[in-house]
Write a protein that binds this ligand. Structure first.
Ligand SMILES: [Fe+2]
Length: 202
């Protein structure tokens, strides 16, 4: 009997590489525009449909109480552009304050739900929430560099919520993110340092 054994990491890497090549085409053609990030989000939503390639025991969640209950495994090799793709695992009840990224950022759901609240901060309107998106399977959010969001991870116990996260710059380089309090006052929002390399030969 011929039993075909799947090589999940290699399958995943091939699809990641294809997706990131399409993301590069979009970004190079359209620049860092709203149209571009929405098209890139659609590519990532297609990739996230392959749940069996991402929700595997290769990826272990953070121990509750460490690294703000979050870990991100890097999936793509840097192609020289700086763009970075991760699969992230976040534990229920993890949240972040409102913040921007100062680079574009795209989140799409694989398994479980992370609520994203979107805000505006400007002189005329002050600081206020303008939208709420439940990012889960088949749903994503694409943020321009100046867009402001907060995250609120849903679920039960220590069952992680899985997402793909794609950024214009690697997480560890996002040292200029700005955090907002309820009155719109700002301070720096340092990146989460809990990233691991999960690239493999395709
Ligand atoms: Fe963020």
């Amino acid at each position: 009997m011929d039993v075909k054994v799947r090589n999940i990491p290699a399958e995943r890497q091939k699809l990641v590489n294809k997706t990131m090549a399409r993301v590069a085409d979009i970004n190079d053609t359209l620049g860092a525009t709203r149209e571009a990030i929405n098209q890139m989000k659609d590519e990532l939503l297609d990739l996230a449909k392959h749940k069996e390639l991402f929700v595997t025991d290769e990826f272990v969640p953070a121990v509750r109480g460490t690294f703000k209950d979050f870990v991100a495994y890097r999936l793509n090799e840097d192609d020289g552009s700086g763009r970075a793709l991760y699969v992230s695992l976040a534990l229920p009840e993890k949240s972040s304050p409102p913040h921007n990224h100062n680079n574009w950022a795209i989140l799409v759901g694989i398994d479980g739900v992370e609520v994203n609240r979107l805000y505006v901060a400007d002189g005329a309107e002050g600081f206020k929430q303008i939208d709420e998106i439940a990012v889960g399977q088949g749903v994503g959010v694409a943020l321009m560099g100046s867009d402001i969001h907060s995250i609120h991870v849903q679920g039960e116990g220590d069952v992680p919520v899985w997402q793909l996260r794609c950024y214009e710059r690697a997480l560890e380089l996002q040292t200029d993110r700005v955090q907002y309090d309820a009155d719109g006052r700002t301070k720096l929002f340092p990146p989460n340092s809990n990233t691991k390399d999960a690239t493999v030969a395709a």
